[in-house]
Design a protein around this ligand. Structure first.
Ligand SMILES: Cc1cc2nc3c(=O)[nH]c(=O)nc-3n(C[C@H](O)[C@H](O)[C@H](O)COP(=O)(O)OP(=O)(O)OC[C@H]3O[C@@H](n4cnc5c(N)ncnc54)[C@H](O)[C@@H]3O)c2cc1C
Length: 445
């Protein structure tokens, strides 16, 4: 009976396979980063006739895709509204009016089939590996050289026509204790000469995702500060910490610290944590909420205050029976709200009157449980980073740098981010298609 290889054995296999990849001395298009946008850019460039090499620092290309959508990969959304992005005008110009059709046609041709959940698109298999595998297979069919365990440290332009030269990569030094990425150093050790050289390229596509890429500063490119978003939110200590682990379907409202009225709201599942809030709606909230803002949770979004009154205190005597909201809310949450209502608990916020009787206080808490934001937290698990290459430096028709026409960027490397729901991957796919095709046109012209 064959047994699954251990993690160490699998790693050794991947290192050996990476070391065996031969990269050509030069190519038309080099894609730096073999994640979501980089793989699509490479396919688009190769299918347009260019020779393409993908340089990926990880031991395999496409690993980032595997973690998406809790392993199920919410790869797109039927309502691709540019207003869900931080830079709607740029996104709209890059992606065009038939954005979703373009993405679906690309994946249909790649052999992927999908299903719809609300507005979200998932592979029919509900496995992110399906998305990654069809991309890897199509890239190989198109002749793309996938070169993992190659961390690119530098991109430089040598002043010769048509030659963008990729800089050197780290060399393996067995005595060094410095922080060389393990894959890179180890794979170099597996190769004759103990080092790696990277190919020269006529065009370069930056598809390095949300990680900082400092050398781009040497090319005079501006990078907006990177901030993790789509992550949980820490809130000021409150009795709600006792709800740690409980989930609720809520309408979440955000009121900025300098405003009297909510500026944003969204419905969905909220996960209470001892530090604050998590869950998909909270992730979307994290793109907008800052320290000192007020978040209110409407825990009974399908009932108005008068309907709640019928359950809590039909005769308006100002009190309520224990458990009166158990049929509407998670009883553990309802019980805490009852306690808070009786204690007169509230947060100080201008224009928020404090109810004087217990039943009104309970209804107010159910319709707007208040929390004051401290800021994003658990940021190492953030799904996206805001920030990156400032978009005004790139032509939205081609995603070419206005300053360096041989340099292209796509995906999260650019300062583009969006809400949860398949929007970020949709941007990765479409911007990869645009940048890859344009880079091939430049390289082959
Ligand atoms: C846990 C999680 C779940 C997510 N779920 C979803 C979801 O369901 N739907 C959705 O739309 N979005 C989701 N996202 C966001 C989505 O994954 C990203 O928006 C998308 O992957 C960005 O694509 P990209 O190509 O720009 O970057 P990545 O996919 O991150 O690819 C960048 C690649 O570049 C490589 N790289 C970086 N620096 C170098 C270097 N110097 N040299 C060589 N290689 C380098 C990296 O190793 C990586 O492989 C999720 C993100 C996370 C973290």
């Amino acid at each position: 009976m064959s047994r699954k290889p251990s993690r160490a054995a699998r790693r050794a296999q991947l290192l050996t396979a990476a070391a065996r990849v031969e990269t050509p001395g030069d190519c038309d298009v080099a894609v730096i980063g073999g994640g979501a946008s980089g793989l699509v850019a490479a396919i688009a460039a190769a299918e347009a006739g260019a020779t393409v090499v993908v340089l990926e620092q990880d031991l395999e290309c496409g690993r980032t895709i595997l973690a998406t959508g809790n392993g199920r990969c919410n790869f797109s959304n039927v309502n691709l509204d540019p207003r869900r992005f931080n830079d709607p005008a740029f996104v709209e110009t890059v992606c065009g009016p038939r954005w979703l059709d373009d993405i679906l046609a690309f994946f249909r041709e790649s052999g992927l089939r999908w299903s719809l959940e609300d507005e979200r698109l998932y592979p029919s298999s509900r496995q992110a590996a399906s998305v990654r595998n069809v991309l890897l297979a199509r890239a190989r069919r198109a002749g793309v050289v996938l070169a993992p365990a190659r961390e690119v440290e530098e991109v430089s332009w040598i002043r010769r026509e048509w030659l963008g030269q990729l800089g050197h990569a780290a060399h393996y030094d067995p005595d060094s204790s410095t922080t060389q990425p393990a894959g890179m150093a180890e794979v170099a050790h597996h190769m004759p000469g103990g080092g790696l050289t990277l190919p020269g390229a006529r065009a370069v596509v930056i598809a390095t995702g949300g990680t900082a890429f400092p050398f781009l500063g040497n090319l005079g490119l501006r990078t907006n500060r990177r901030v993790p978003v789509l992550c949980p939110i820490a809130c000021e200590p409150s009795p709600l910490a006792r709800l740690d682990g409980r989930r609720a379907h809520a309408c979440v409202r955000l009121t900025k610290a300098d405003s009297l009225f909510p500026s944003w709201q969204e419905r969905g599942e909220v996960l209470f944590r001892d530090y604050g809030l998590s869950g998909i709606v909270t992730f979307d909230l994290s793109r907008r909420a800052e320290r000192g803002d007020l978040v209110e949770l409407d825990l009974a979004p399908d009932l108005n205050a008068a309907q709640l009154r019928q359950l809590v205190d039909p005769w308006a005597r100002g009190g309520f029976e224990p458990g009166c909201l158990d049929g509407v809310l998670d009883p553990a949450i309802a019980s805490l709200l009852e306690e808070l209502a009786r204690d007169g608990w509230h947060v100080d916020w201008p224009e928020r009157s404090v109810p004087t009787d217990d039943s009104s206080a309970l209804i107010a808490l159910a319709k707007g449980l208040p929390l004051v934001v401290q800021g994003p937290t658990d940021t190492e698990h953030a799904q996206v980073t805001r920030g990156g290459l400032a978009t005004d430096q790139f032509d939205p028709e081609t995603l070419a740098s206005r300053e360096h026409p041989w340099l292209y960027a796509c995906g999260e490397a650019l300062d583009v981010d969006a809400d949860c729901g398949g929007f970020n991957l949709s941007w990765a796919w479409k911007s990869g298609l645009v940048a890859g095709a344009a880079a091939a046109r430049w390289a082959l012209s």
